[in-house]
Design a protein around this ligand. Structure first.
Ligand code: ADP
Length: 425
């Protein structure tokens, strides 16, 4: 028998869900993240659940349907407040899905007002006069204007949100937020009187987020990046405590699998090799030549790992520098190369767990999704943070319980692949 949850969260992508869960845990909530909407009731004693969807760039109608399904499940677990989480760079297409999902959730919750803010000052995302800054530049100068799926060409979030909503969109600006919760509450009343139903909120510091959090008590729906989460647990009488991040004691063998080619991951692979620990490189072109869809490479990698595992972590990686990646993509195609490598690394991760690995580091967002699927994981208990945005987690797999951490692209210090295990010990 489990108690009812306090906060029910719906995240529009997988690593974003972990980012939110991590912030909630650091603010004192015990959290599990589910992969999609669970088919049965929650089987865990926690304060919050983050349902991870993959709805950021799908058709708006599908994103709405999935989000409403997640909402119904969270309500059935007793959620007192709902949090719709999107990216801190407000990643969306001209059609949505932030606006359409927000309005559908408002309707389902029968509520006439919500906020929207991707502010996450700890990660350099600040909102001022409704304009989103990424580090020191506006969103549309940050590189996000060139994003392949969700190009963000306007930093004015009131305009961006208005284009995606049928309701009127307004702004709670820094003056109200700086004055505190009472001023924010008054501003919300004023906006409502003007017929505004969704308000973008300025926030440039964690203090702003804490003041905002107080004003959000009892708001049925909050929509935000992961930053706003730091101000909500206090509304439920919770304070930061190490107890929130306690996981079962770690045991078993250790491994790292990496399919990320980001700059940080390239440095992490180089650092791991410099410690003298064994590493096995996967060549995507060898996979493409395989007559057994890479099964031979999976067998080679697992046979290579077997004698090394007893003495400490091993690394299996396809991580490569941009030039090499481009050459592979030119030969195989971007999508085909990605899918082939993801599939192979996921099969290796599963094989490693079958060989007794129970402490697993996975590098790469898409790679993480593939590994979680191959391992049959449906739920992750969120533990202590290793580096900003990257916590240790604990999960049941189809084979054995494992501790795992899912590191997206550019996260983590250079020594992440060794530091993570030291911290778990
Ligand atoms: P990140 O979080 O760094 O973006 P992802 O796992 O999300 O990492 O994406 C990396 C993509 O690149 C995956 O689809 C992966 O399969 C693919 N990939 C990995 N290694 C190579 C390589 N050597 N050549 C081409 N593609 C690769």
């Amino acid at each position: 028998m489990t108690s009812q949850i306090k906060l029910g969260c719906i995240a529009d992508d997988f690593t974003g869900a972990t980012d939110l869960a991590n912030n909630l845990v650091r603010s004192g909530m015990r959290v599990v993240q589910t992969i999609g909407v669970p088919s049965g009731p929650l089987n865990a004693e926690v304060d919050a659940v983050v349902v991870a969807l993959k709805s950021r760039t799908i058709a708006p109608a599908d994103a709405i349907a999935q989000s409403l399904e997640a909402l119904r499940w969270l309500q059935a677990q007793g959620a007192e407040q709902i949090y719709f989480k999107y990216c801190s760079t407000f990643d969306s297409t001209a059609q949505g899905n932030i606006g359409p999902v927000t309005e559908a959730l408002m309707k389902a919750l029968n509520t006439d007002f919500t906020i929207a803010t991707p502010a996450f000052p700890d990660n350099g995302r600040t909102v001022f006069k409704g304009y989103l800054f990424v580090g020191d530049v506006l969103l549309n100068e940050s590189g996000m204007q060139n994003h392949p799926l969700t190009p963000m060409t306007d930093a004015n979030l009131v305009r961006v949100m208005q284009a995606q909503c049928t309701s009127k969109v307004g702004l709670i600006d820094h003056r109200a937020v700086a004055q505190g919760a009472a001023a924010v509450t008054q501003r919300i009343a004023d906006l409502k009187a003007q017929g505004i139903r969704v308000a973008v909120v300025d926030a440039v510091s964690n203090d702003d987020l804490h003041r905002l959090g107080t004003a959000l008590k009892n708001m049925p729906l909050v929509t935000a990046g992961s930053g706003v989460a730091i101000g909500l647990p206090a509304n439920f009488g919770l304070k930061p405590t190490p107890q929130a991040s306690v996981l079962p004691t770690a045991s078993g063998l250790k491994a790292v699998v990496s399919g990320s080619c980001s700059q940080a991951t390239n440095r992490q692979v180089a650092h791991f090799q410099s410690t003298g620990r064994p590493a096995f490189a996967i060549d995507p072109l060898a996979l493409a030549r395989s007559t057994r869809q890479g099964a031979d490479v999976v067998e080679q990698a697992l046979a290579w790992a077997a004698p090394h595992l007893a003495s400490g972590p091993v690394l299996v990686y396809s991580t490569a520098e941009p030039e090499a990646v481009k050459a592979v993509q030119a030969q195989l195609g971007v999508e085909a190369a990605g899918a082939l490598v993801e599939h192979t690394i996921a099969a290796i991760a599963r094989g490693l767990v079958a060989q007794g690995v129970q402490q697993l580091v996975v590098a790469g967002g898409e790679t993480s999704g593939a590994c979680v699927q191959a391992l049959g994981i449906t739920q992750l208990q969120i533990g202590p943070q290793i580096d900003p945005g990257v916590p240790w987690c604990h999960a049941q797999t189809a084979l054995a319980p494992v501790h795992l951490t899912l590191k997206s692209g550019n996260f983590g210090t250079d020594d992440f692949f060794t530091k993570a295990f030291t911290q778990l010990a």
